[in-house]
Ligand binder design. Sequence first.
Ligand code: DAH
Length: 342
Amino acid sequence: MKQKIEDLLSKIESLTAGKLQEVEEIRVKLLGKKGEITALFDEFRNVPAEQKREFGQKLNVLKTKAAEKIEELRQKVEEMGGSDAPSFDCTKPGDKYDLGTRHPISVTREEIISIFSKFGYAVAEGPEIEDDWHVFGALNFPPEHPARDMQDTFFISAGGDNPILLRTHTSSVQVRSMERMPLPIRIVCPGRVFRNEAISARAHCIFHQVEGLYIDKNVSFADLKQAVLLFAREMFGEETQIRLRPSYFPFTEPSAEVDVSCNICKGKGCNICKGTGWLEIMGCGMVDPNVLEASGIDSKEYSGFAFGMGVERIAMLKWQVKDLRHYFENDVRFLREFETVI
Ligand code: DAH
């Protein structure tokens, strides 16, 4: 025991510390519950009675020396720097903060809106959680139309004749605007839409659309063609050509699908346009009189056109993104590619 006390005494003499945390570690090691000095006090109980006085004194000296040394180290550390914080080097270059950038889908949506706002279109928005009437009924979807099918639509409450659901297109905002707004109406309706589809490179269950609607007296199909052509040239370049193919939508008659000349190969044919020279960008048509009447607009006095496009699709064509899923994964390596574009 005597030896142990002497060893500890000389060890204490040579202790050093550079941080408050180290001082604390020393204290715990020596005087803590399981510390070396505490252990000696335990051992002291077994010392024969005649030696108790001598060892008792020695142990007390050891304990006091340890406490003094710890206090001395603590003071030194505090004088040196005060705390454990690393010393501040004012000659070091500053930390670089990465600024976030706008998401390519937001950028594309804003670009679409700003093009149409130049033509006098206002922005209208509506709820993502909708009822059957605004998504289908008022848009002339017959009750048994496949788009209402459980496979396409996320229903929230299936009961009754006007179930609540997640909107599958932003055409619902057309209906809400026709119900509420004074005529003439000239709006674009951007928003998120939801479809019960398997996620793949070309489809997602959540995506974005911009719907357009123009209702006035004497609106004709020629007006629609002109609006679409001007938009296509602003979005994809001055040289862009458009092509309309007859199509079908319940809410427009006649209906058409719009293609733009491929902006990659300039119409010659490449793998993006699958050799056709054309890329599909939107659906459109003259608003069906049934749709006008369902929202209380006199279809004998007024006519209008509507169009709808997918924001992801426009962005994919503009920047040649081949997989839709990139837009939702928010991998910074992908998002950073748009820093310069934005
Ligand atoms: N709502 C259609 C869709 O989601 C897109 C669309 C097509 C909107 C033609 C229109 C239109 O306004 O006239 O597929």
